[in-house]
Design a protein around this ligand. Structure first.
Ligand SMILES: [Zn+2]
Length: 217
């Protein structure tokens, strides 16, 4: 029979190894060789939705997780996916977006105007002061915000972007899933409007009547 002291010694040894996993090169990826892209919304519990343990230290570490508004493609999402898939042993990408997303709830032009009203010169912005080479053409700001017309369509297009991106190796598995905030369950994206209407809140229900700038249409 092992003593508690022996168990604790083993656990601390395991944790030392876990903590130093980046020292082991290709032998030190995250547990599931997985990169997760998810919306930042607090109603989307990534661990519960996917049945994994992203964050907790010892015993966790199932995935690298990237969250942004919408769980959409951005240059930094591509940068992070590129690093984990090419250099940290990651073989799978899972993208999670969700119903009732705030990215459905306003028109990008209204957000743009609100910033203009606050005196922001959105046509001549430095997005990242450490990388002034990264520029938006004048007029592209509303598109950059990435508001959605339809979360299922956005998710399917997001999956396609990662599948076809030259910085993501061809052997990486990419899938996309919708978290239903109303029902606390995960489902595949749908193209059937009648079935989608059972749970989804549309941008129209948020009062958005015009199509968004044509990033996701
Ligand atoms: Zn969201």
């Amino acid at each position: 029979m092992t003593t508690l002291r022996q168990e604790l010694e083993r656990r601390t040894r395991d944790y030392e190894h876990w903590m130093k996993r980046r020292h082991y090169g290709p032998d030190g990826p995250n547990n599931r060789r997985l990169w997760v892209l998810a919306c930042m919304d607090e109603r989307l519990p990534v661990d519960e939705a996917l049945g994994i343990h992203v964050d907790s230290p010892a015993g966790g570490g199932d995935a690298h997780c990237f969250r942004n508004a919408g769980g959409i493609v951005t240059d930094d999402a591509i940068r992070s996916a590129m690093l984990t898939c090419n250099f940290f042993g990651t073989k799978e990408i899972v993208i999670v977006q969700h119903t009732q997303c705030g990215m459905l709830s306003a028109h990008a032009r209204a957000l743009e105007q609100a910033l203009r009203d606050r005196g922001v010169d959105i046509d001549h912005l430095t997005l990242d002061p450490t990388l002034p080479e990264l520029r938006l053409e004048p007029g592209a700001f509303a598109k950059w915000i990435g508001m959605m017309d339809d979360v299922d369509q956005t998710l399917m297009r997001t999956v396609e972007v990662f599948r076809n991106h030259p910085l993501i190796p061809d052997d990486v598995t990419v899938s996309g899933w919708i978290w239903e905030v109303e029902n606390r369950r995960l489902r595949a994206p749908r193209t059937d409007d009648a079935r989608k209407a059972c749970a989804d809140v549309t941008s129209e229900q948020f009062g958005v009547t015009e199509p968004q700038p044509p990033r996701w249409r």
